[in-house]
Design a protein around this ligand. Structure first.
Ligand code: ATP
Ligand code: MG
Ligand code: FE
Length: 345
Protein backbone atom coordinates (compact mmCIF):
# COMPACT_ATOMS: atom_id res chain seq x y z
CA UNK A 1 0.00 0.00 0.00
CA UNK A 2 0.99 3.61 -0.67
CA UNK A 3 1.07 5.28 2.76
CA UNK A 4 1.83 8.85 3.81
CA UNK A 5 3.12 9.19 7.37
CA UNK A 6 3.09 12.33 9.49
CA UNK A 7 5.37 12.88 12.48
CA UNK A 8 5.12 15.95 14.74
CA UNK A 9 5.87 14.64 18.24
CA UNK A 10 8.80 16.93 18.95
CA UNK A 11 10.67 19.53 16.90
CA UNK A 12 10.82 17.74 13.52
CA UNK A 13 7.94 18.10 11.10
CA UNK A 14 8.28 14.86 9.16
CA UNK A 15 6.27 13.64 6.19
CA UNK A 16 7.25 10.35 4.61
CA UNK A 17 5.78 8.24 1.84
CA UNK A 18 6.32 4.50 1.46
CA UNK A 19 4.99 1.78 -0.77
CA UNK A 20 5.00 -1.30 1.43
CA UNK A 21 8.58 -1.44 2.67
CA UNK A 22 9.95 0.78 -0.09
CA UNK A 23 10.91 4.31 0.86
CA UNK A 24 9.66 6.88 -1.66
CA UNK A 25 10.05 10.15 0.25
CA UNK A 26 11.28 11.46 3.57
CA UNK A 27 10.69 15.22 3.84
CA UNK A 28 11.67 16.97 7.05
CA UNK A 29 11.51 20.49 8.42
CA UNK A 30 12.98 21.19 11.83
CA UNK A 31 12.39 24.04 14.26
CA UNK A 32 15.61 23.17 16.10
CA UNK A 33 17.23 26.50 15.35
CA UNK A 34 14.32 28.35 16.92
CA UNK A 35 14.82 26.35 20.11
CA UNK A 36 18.58 26.81 20.20
CA UNK A 37 18.48 30.12 22.05
CA UNK A 38 16.38 28.54 24.81
CA UNK A 39 18.75 25.58 25.17
CA UNK A 40 15.99 23.03 24.56
CA UNK A 41 12.71 22.39 22.77
CA UNK A 42 9.96 24.88 23.71
CA UNK A 43 6.57 23.14 23.26
CA UNK A 44 4.58 26.21 22.14
CA UNK A 45 7.23 27.16 19.62
CA UNK A 46 7.35 23.60 18.27
CA UNK A 47 3.56 23.42 17.82
CA UNK A 48 3.42 26.71 15.94
CA UNK A 49 6.34 25.66 13.73
CA UNK A 50 4.56 22.40 12.82
CA UNK A 51 1.47 24.37 11.82
CA UNK A 52 3.55 26.48 9.46
CA UNK A 53 5.74 23.68 8.11
CA UNK A 54 3.25 20.88 7.62
CA UNK A 55 1.64 22.06 4.36
CA UNK A 56 4.93 22.70 2.56
CA UNK A 57 6.44 19.47 3.95
CA UNK A 58 3.48 17.41 2.65
CA UNK A 59 3.93 19.02 -0.76
CA UNK A 60 7.66 18.34 -0.69
CA UNK A 61 7.10 14.67 0.14
CA UNK A 62 4.54 14.22 -2.64
CA UNK A 63 6.92 15.82 -5.13
CA UNK A 64 9.85 13.70 -3.95
CA UNK A 65 7.78 10.51 -4.30
CA UNK A 66 6.25 11.65 -7.63
CA UNK A 67 2.74 10.82 -6.43
CA UNK A 68 -0.40 12.87 -5.79
CA UNK A 69 -2.73 12.83 -2.80
CA UNK A 70 -5.25 10.83 -4.85
CA UNK A 71 -2.75 7.98 -5.16
CA UNK A 72 -2.60 7.40 -1.39
CA UNK A 73 -4.10 4.23 0.08
CA UNK A 74 -3.82 5.32 3.71
CA UNK A 75 -2.50 7.93 6.11
CA UNK A 76 -0.47 7.15 9.24
CA UNK A 77 0.28 9.60 12.03
CA UNK A 78 2.18 9.70 15.33
CA UNK A 79 -0.47 10.02 18.05
CA UNK A 80 1.95 9.71 20.99
CA UNK A 81 4.09 9.84 23.00
CA UNK A 82 5.43 13.37 22.62
CA UNK A 83 4.57 17.02 23.21
CA UNK A 84 0.77 17.29 23.37
CA UNK A 85 0.41 20.50 21.36
CA UNK A 86 2.89 19.35 18.74
CA UNK A 87 1.20 15.95 18.35
CA UNK A 88 -2.20 17.62 17.91
CA UNK A 89 -1.04 19.48 14.81
CA UNK A 90 -0.05 16.26 13.05
CA UNK A 91 -3.13 14.38 14.24
CA UNK A 92 -5.44 17.16 13.01
CA UNK A 93 -3.79 17.28 9.60
CA UNK A 94 -3.85 13.49 9.22
CA UNK A 95 -7.53 13.33 10.09
CA UNK A 96 -8.31 16.05 7.57
CA UNK A 97 -6.44 14.12 4.87
CA UNK A 98 -8.18 10.87 5.79
CA UNK A 99 -11.61 12.51 5.68
CA UNK A 100 -11.13 14.41 2.46
CA UNK A 101 -9.35 11.63 0.56
CA UNK A 102 -11.63 8.96 2.03
CA UNK A 103 -8.70 6.74 2.97
CA UNK A 104 -8.17 4.89 6.26
CA UNK A 105 -6.05 6.41 9.01
CA UNK A 106 -3.60 4.59 11.30
CA UNK A 107 -2.62 6.32 14.55
CA UNK A 108 0.67 4.86 15.69
CA UNK A 109 3.20 4.93 18.51
CA UNK A 110 6.25 7.13 17.96
CA UNK A 111 8.68 4.78 19.71
CA UNK A 112 7.52 1.75 17.79
CA UNK A 113 7.86 3.95 14.69
CA UNK A 114 11.57 4.26 15.45
CA UNK A 115 11.79 0.47 15.23
CA UNK A 116 9.68 0.56 12.05
CA UNK A 117 12.40 2.68 10.43
CA UNK A 118 14.36 -0.53 10.04
CA UNK A 119 11.69 -1.98 7.73
CA UNK A 120 12.82 0.45 5.05
CA UNK A 121 16.38 -0.79 4.72
CA UNK A 122 17.16 -2.48 1.44
CA UNK A 123 19.18 -5.20 3.18
CA UNK A 124 17.57 -8.12 5.01
CA UNK A 125 14.15 -7.43 6.50
CA UNK A 126 13.80 -6.76 10.22
CA UNK A 127 14.06 -10.08 12.08
CA UNK A 128 12.28 -10.64 15.38
CA UNK A 129 12.52 -11.05 18.26
CA UNK A 130 14.93 -8.16 18.59
CA UNK A 131 16.03 -5.88 21.38
CA UNK A 132 15.80 -2.20 20.42
CA UNK A 133 17.67 0.66 22.09
CA UNK A 134 16.06 4.02 21.34
CA UNK A 135 18.07 7.07 22.37
CA UNK A 136 17.06 10.64 21.61
CA UNK A 137 16.54 14.00 23.25
CA UNK A 138 13.29 12.83 24.80
CA UNK A 139 13.68 9.08 25.16
CA UNK A 140 16.04 6.42 26.39
CA UNK A 141 14.17 3.14 26.11
CA UNK A 142 15.09 -0.49 25.82
CA UNK A 143 12.43 -2.56 24.09
CA UNK A 144 11.86 -6.21 23.37
CA UNK A 145 10.12 -6.44 20.01
CA UNK A 146 8.65 -9.89 19.49
CA UNK A 147 6.42 -8.77 16.64
CA UNK A 148 6.44 -5.22 15.34
CA UNK A 149 2.70 -4.99 14.72
CA UNK A 150 1.46 -6.85 17.79
CA UNK A 151 3.97 -7.47 20.57
CA UNK A 152 6.34 -4.84 21.93
CA UNK A 153 7.49 -4.86 25.54
CA UNK A 154 9.22 -2.11 27.51
CA UNK A 155 12.25 -3.62 29.25
CA UNK A 156 13.48 -0.38 30.77
CA UNK A 157 13.86 3.35 30.30
CA UNK A 158 15.50 6.37 31.86
CA UNK A 159 14.29 7.26 35.33
CA UNK A 160 15.34 10.90 34.87
CA UNK A 161 17.07 12.60 31.88
CA UNK A 162 17.15 11.10 28.39
CA UNK A 163 20.61 10.42 26.95
CA UNK A 164 20.31 13.22 24.37
CA UNK A 165 19.10 15.55 27.09
CA UNK A 166 22.23 14.69 29.11
CA UNK A 167 24.38 15.66 26.09
CA UNK A 168 22.44 18.92 25.80
CA UNK A 169 22.71 19.76 29.52
CA UNK A 170 26.39 18.88 29.83
CA UNK A 171 27.17 20.86 26.68
CA UNK A 172 25.45 23.83 28.26
CA UNK A 173 27.45 23.62 31.46
CA UNK A 174 30.62 23.39 29.39
CA UNK A 175 29.58 26.57 27.60
CA UNK A 176 28.76 24.83 24.31
CA UNK A 177 25.64 25.62 22.23
CA UNK A 178 22.49 23.53 21.65
CA UNK A 179 22.09 20.81 20.44
CA UNK A 180 24.80 19.40 22.64
CA UNK A 181 25.43 16.02 21.04
CA UNK A 182 27.38 17.17 17.99
CA UNK A 183 29.15 19.86 20.08
CA UNK A 184 30.37 17.32 22.65
CA UNK A 185 31.50 15.08 19.79
CA UNK A 186 33.52 17.94 18.36
CA UNK A 187 34.94 18.95 21.74
CA UNK A 188 35.94 15.34 22.48
CA UNK A 189 38.30 15.08 19.51
CA UNK A 190 41.74 14.22 20.85
CA UNK A 191 40.40 13.81 24.40
CA UNK A 192 41.10 10.79 26.60
CA UNK A 193 37.88 8.87 27.36
CA UNK A 194 39.56 7.33 30.44
CA UNK A 195 40.89 10.62 31.82
CA UNK A 196 38.03 10.99 34.30
CA UNK A 197 35.97 8.08 35.59
CA UNK A 198 32.46 9.55 35.62
CA UNK A 199 29.67 7.47 37.20
CA UNK A 200 27.68 4.89 35.22
CA UNK A 201 24.09 5.27 36.44
CA UNK A 202 22.15 2.30 37.87
CA UNK A 203 24.97 -0.22 37.46
CA UNK A 204 25.68 -1.02 41.12
CA UNK A 205 24.64 -4.46 42.34
CA UNK A 206 21.70 -3.19 44.40
CA UNK A 207 20.49 -0.92 41.55
CA UNK A 208 20.67 -3.79 39.10
CA UNK A 209 18.14 -5.80 41.08
CA UNK A 210 15.35 -3.30 40.42
CA UNK A 211 16.72 -1.36 37.49
CA UNK A 212 18.60 -3.86 35.38
CA UNK A 213 17.42 -2.30 32.12
CA UNK A 214 16.77 1.23 33.35
CA UNK A 215 19.01 4.24 32.84
CA UNK A 216 19.85 7.35 34.85
CA UNK A 217 21.85 10.30 33.56
CA UNK A 218 21.12 13.11 36.03
CA UNK A 219 23.82 11.91 38.46
CA UNK A 220 26.33 11.89 35.63
CA UNK A 221 25.43 15.45 34.70
CA UNK A 222 25.87 16.54 38.34
CA UNK A 223 29.20 14.71 38.54
CA UNK A 224 30.47 16.56 35.46
CA UNK A 225 29.26 19.88 36.91
CA UNK A 226 31.00 19.23 40.24
CA UNK A 227 34.23 18.12 38.57
CA UNK A 228 34.34 21.27 36.45
CA UNK A 229 33.50 23.52 39.42
CA UNK A 230 36.28 22.03 41.53
CA UNK A 231 38.76 22.52 38.73
CA UNK A 232 37.73 26.13 38.29
CA UNK A 233 37.78 26.78 42.06
CA UNK A 234 41.35 25.51 42.27
CA UNK A 235 42.33 27.83 39.45
CA UNK A 236 43.36 24.99 37.15
CA UNK A 237 42.32 24.98 33.49
CA UNK A 238 39.42 22.67 32.52
CA UNK A 239 40.65 20.08 29.98
CA UNK A 240 37.59 20.36 27.73
CA UNK A 241 38.50 17.50 25.37
CA UNK A 242 39.10 15.08 28.26
CA UNK A 243 35.88 16.08 30.04
CA UNK A 244 33.83 15.74 26.85
CA UNK A 245 35.39 12.40 25.90
CA UNK A 246 35.05 10.99 29.42
CA UNK A 247 31.43 12.13 29.73
CA UNK A 248 30.55 10.67 26.34
CA UNK A 249 32.26 7.41 27.28
CA UNK A 250 30.17 7.14 30.46
CA UNK A 251 26.93 7.59 28.49
CA UNK A 252 27.91 5.21 25.70
CA UNK A 253 29.30 2.59 28.08
CA UNK A 254 26.10 2.25 30.08
CA UNK A 255 23.80 2.39 27.04
CA UNK A 256 25.61 -0.38 25.22
CA UNK A 257 26.25 -2.41 28.35
CA UNK A 258 22.58 -2.63 29.28
CA UNK A 259 21.43 -3.29 25.73
CA UNK A 260 23.90 -6.17 25.31
CA UNK A 261 22.96 -7.51 28.76
CA UNK A 262 19.30 -7.57 27.70
CA UNK A 263 20.18 -9.51 24.54
CA UNK A 264 22.23 -12.01 26.57
CA UNK A 265 19.65 -12.42 29.36
CA UNK A 266 16.77 -12.94 26.94
CA UNK A 267 18.70 -15.05 24.48
CA UNK A 268 17.96 -12.58 21.67
CA UNK A 269 20.95 -12.29 19.32
CA UNK A 270 19.72 -9.10 17.62
CA UNK A 271 20.04 -5.45 18.60
CA UNK A 272 18.56 -2.48 16.78
CA UNK A 273 19.56 1.13 17.47
CA UNK A 274 17.36 4.18 16.83
CA UNK A 275 16.97 7.85 17.80
CA UNK A 276 19.01 11.00 17.20
CA UNK A 277 21.82 10.05 19.59
CA UNK A 278 22.75 7.27 17.13
CA UNK A 279 24.48 10.13 15.28
CA UNK A 280 27.17 9.68 17.91
CA UNK A 281 30.05 7.90 16.26
CA UNK A 282 31.48 6.63 19.55
CA UNK A 283 28.12 5.02 20.37
CA UNK A 284 28.10 3.21 17.04
CA UNK A 285 31.74 2.11 17.45
CA UNK A 286 31.29 0.71 20.95
CA UNK A 287 27.98 -0.96 20.02
CA UNK A 288 29.58 -2.59 16.98
CA UNK A 289 32.58 -3.86 18.93
CA UNK A 290 30.59 -5.26 21.84
CA UNK A 291 27.81 -6.74 19.70
CA UNK A 292 30.46 -8.42 17.59
CA UNK A 293 32.20 -9.86 20.65
CA UNK A 294 28.88 -11.17 21.99
CA UNK A 295 27.75 -12.68 18.67
CA UNK A 296 24.86 -10.23 18.37
CA UNK A 297 23.70 -8.94 14.98
CA UNK A 298 23.60 -5.14 15.19
CA UNK A 299 21.26 -3.10 12.98
CA UNK A 300 21.52 0.66 12.60
CA UNK A 301 19.20 2.30 10.05
CA UNK A 302 20.62 5.24 8.08
CA UNK A 303 20.81 8.36 10.23
CA UNK A 304 18.04 10.13 8.27
CA UNK A 305 15.72 7.36 9.48
CA UNK A 306 17.10 7.36 13.07
CA UNK A 307 16.18 10.96 13.86
CA UNK A 308 12.48 11.78 13.99
CA UNK A 309 10.90 11.40 10.55
CA UNK A 310 7.61 10.65 8.80
CA UNK A 311 8.90 7.73 6.75
CA UNK A 312 9.20 5.49 9.80
CA UNK A 313 5.59 6.31 10.71
CA UNK A 314 4.44 5.52 7.17
CA UNK A 315 6.44 2.27 7.31
CA UNK A 316 4.76 1.20 10.55
CA UNK A 317 1.35 2.14 9.09
CA UNK A 318 2.03 0.05 5.98
CA UNK A 319 3.14 -2.83 8.18
CA UNK A 320 -0.13 -2.68 10.18
CA UNK A 321 -2.13 -2.69 6.94
CA UNK A 322 -0.19 -5.63 5.51
CA UNK A 323 -0.67 -7.54 8.78
CA UNK A 324 -4.44 -7.01 8.48
CA UNK A 325 -5.03 -4.55 11.32
CA UNK A 326 -8.17 -2.39 11.30
CA UNK A 327 -7.71 1.37 10.81
CA UNK A 328 -7.94 3.68 13.83
CA UNK A 329 -11.05 5.63 12.79
CA UNK A 330 -11.33 9.32 13.64
CA UNK A 331 -12.08 8.96 17.34
CA UNK A 332 -8.53 8.99 18.70
CA UNK A 333 -6.66 11.93 20.19
CA UNK A 334 -3.06 12.82 20.90
CA UNK A 335 -1.70 10.95 23.92
CA UNK A 336 1.49 12.53 25.22
CA UNK A 337 2.23 9.51 27.46
CA UNK A 338 1.13 6.68 25.15
CA UNK A 339 2.84 3.50 26.44
CA UNK A 340 5.03 1.60 24.02
CA UNK A 341 2.81 -1.46 24.33
CA UNK A 342 0.09 0.50 22.50
CA UNK A 343 1.47 0.12 19.00
CA UNK A 344 -1.67 1.55 17.41
CA UNK A 345 -4.48 3.67 18.84
P1 ATP B 1 12.31 12.52 20.40
O1 ATP B 1 12.89 12.31 21.75
O2 ATP B 1 10.84 12.68 20.39
O3 ATP B 1 12.76 11.50 19.41
P2 ATP B 1 14.20 14.68 19.75
O4 ATP B 1 13.96 15.74 18.75
O5 ATP B 1 14.71 15.08 21.06
O6 ATP B 1 12.81 13.92 19.89
P3 ATP B 1 16.09 13.52 17.92
O7 ATP B 1 15.83 14.65 16.98
O8 ATP B 1 15.99 12.13 17.42
O9 ATP B 1 15.19 13.58 19.18
O10 ATP B 1 17.53 13.69 18.56
C1 ATP B 1 18.01 14.91 19.08
C2 ATP B 1 18.94 14.61 20.23
O11 ATP B 1 20.07 13.85 19.76
C3 ATP B 1 19.50 15.85 20.91
O12 ATP B 1 19.40 15.70 22.31
C4 ATP B 1 20.95 15.88 20.45
O13 ATP B 1 21.85 16.47 21.38
C5 ATP B 1 21.25 14.41 20.28
N1 ATP B 1 22.36 14.20 19.36
C6 ATP B 1 22.46 14.60 18.08
N2 ATP B 1 23.67 14.31 17.57
C7 ATP B 1 24.36 13.69 18.56
C8 ATP B 1 25.67 13.15 18.70
N3 ATP B 1 26.54 13.20 17.70
N4 ATP B 1 25.99 12.60 19.88
C9 ATP B 1 25.13 12.55 20.90
N5 ATP B 1 23.90 13.06 20.86
C10 ATP B 1 23.50 13.62 19.71
MG1 MG C 1 14.55 16.42 17.20
FE1 FE D 1 11.92 10.18 18.35
Amino acid sequence: PLVLGIETSCDETGVGIVRGTTLLANAIASSMEEHARYGGVVPEVAARAHLEALGPTIRAALAEASVTLDDLDAVAVTSGPGLAGALMVGVGAAKALSLSLEVPIYAVNHLVGHVGADLLGDDEPLATPTVALLVSGGHTSLLLVRDLDSDVELLGETIDDAAGEAFDKVARLLGLPYPGGPEIDRAAVGGDPDAIRFPRGLTRANDLERHRYDFSFSGLKTAVARWVEQREASGEPVPLADVAASFREAVVDVLVDKAIAACADLGVPRLLLGGGVVANRRLREVAEARADAAGIALRIPPLSLCTDNGAMIAALGARLIMAGHEPSGLGFGADSTLPVTDIQM
